[in-house]
Design a protein around this ligand. Structure first.
Ligand code: NAP
Length: 300
């Protein structure tokens, strides 16, 4: 594929960091909101608050994009429950506005959605299963999916499973970084053993996005890691790979935490479609966490 122009929203986030790390071929335009974006050498930055329709229109009138990777969102589930108006404007309304602009400008959109569109009452979810979000975050992301699908059949929706990897400083952490941080401080942690995911290494999520663009794939894809494990087992694996004390990790039930937003209990994916169409295999936890460990060693 020849070099194309791609608008990337959410470039300072976890997925954004791995998208930039793994891409040197195309011409990227990085939407910058409040946080600084690292790894931008050679890429163009554009100031953009996606909730401001006028700013979105200006960006499209001043630039020409072949594709848009939409990874900006309010992803904190409890924050979305508390601040519904902001969650709706960012995750649903802004996505719809962006999808309409992409359609008008013949820009292919790759939208990143979530396992939170499901209620978690099924063993394994495929792309054919009907979404039924339990929390407001899941509801707004599902509205985003619908807007992207309605705008053009060329668009792609990648439903990412819960991600892990190194986030940029000041940005949202994740189950792996939190566990590493706490265990390094020799703190005891309580982790739920009744919520299951096939956790996704953020580098694999980035690979799925690039494959989708390079292979010109459209439609809905579930993207996940290889094993369906509970959060406690995930944390024990993190401790093993990073040489930390797993005896500091204690299993509890989800009901132990008085969280604001309800969580789906089991949202593991079938990755058959991803493997066939996007031509890549789900990564094992051991391999994903080992890559994370190598990345940290490279930084020091
Ligand atoms: N992390 C996960 O486990 C997970 C799981 C499933 C799906 N996803 C989906 O994957 C995508 C990427 O998630 P992530 O975890 O990498 O995100 P993240 O680390 O939470 O980062 C969110 C990004 O969105 C940007 N953003 C927020 N509000 C914005 C606004 N009004 N205008 C422009 N940019 C704005 C943030 O920029 P500022 O910091 O500058 O505001 C940041 O770059 C999202 O669509 C998310 O829903 C994530």
């Amino acid at each position: 594929m020849s070099r194309i122009n791609i608008l990337v929203t959410g470039a300072s986030g976890l997925l954004g960091r791995y998208l930039l790390k793994s891409q040197r071929k195309h011409s990227l335009f990085l939407a910058k909101h409040s946080a600084p974006i690292s790894g931008v050498l050679g890429f163009k930055e554009i100031k953009l608050d996606i909730t401001k329709k006028g700013e979105l229109e200006k960006v499209f009138s001043e630039n020409s994009f072949d594709a848009c990777i939409h990874a900006a969102s309010i992803g904190n589930v409890d924050e979305c429950e508390k601040n519904r108006e902001l969650a709706f404007r960012t995750n649903a309304e802004a996505t719809e506005n962006l999808a309409k602009l992409c359609e008008e400008h013949a820009t292919k959109m790759v939208y990143t959605s979530t396992n939170a569109v499901f209620d978690g009452r099924k063993n394994i979810y495929s792309e054919l299963d009907t979404p039924k979000p339990l929390n407001y975050y899941g509801k707004t992301k599902l509205l985003g999916e619908k807007a992207v699908e309605n705008a053009s059949s060329e668009n792609a929706v990648l439903r990412l499973n819960t991600m892990y990897g190194w986030n940029n400083e000041g940005e949202r952490g994740n189950p792996a970084t939190w566990c590493i941080q706490m265990l390094r401080q020799k703190k005891q942690i309580k982790v739920v053993d009744d919520i299951y995911n096939n956790h996704l290494y953020a580098g694999s999520a980035a690979e799925a996005v690039w494959k989708c663009i390079e292979l010109k794939e459209s439609g809905l894809f579930h993207v996940a890691g290889a094993e369906c494990v509970d959060r406690y087992s995930f944390s024990v694996k993190v401790a093993e790979v990073f040489g930390l004390d797993s005896k500091l990790i204690f299993p509890v039930k989800n009901s132990f935490f008085k969280e604001i937003a309800p969580r789906p209990m089991k949202t593991c994916y079938s990755t058959e479609k991803m493997e066939k169409a996007l031509k890549f295999k789900p990564l094992s936890l051991l391999n994903g966490l080992s890559l994370m460990k190598e990345e940290e060693q490279l930084l020091h």
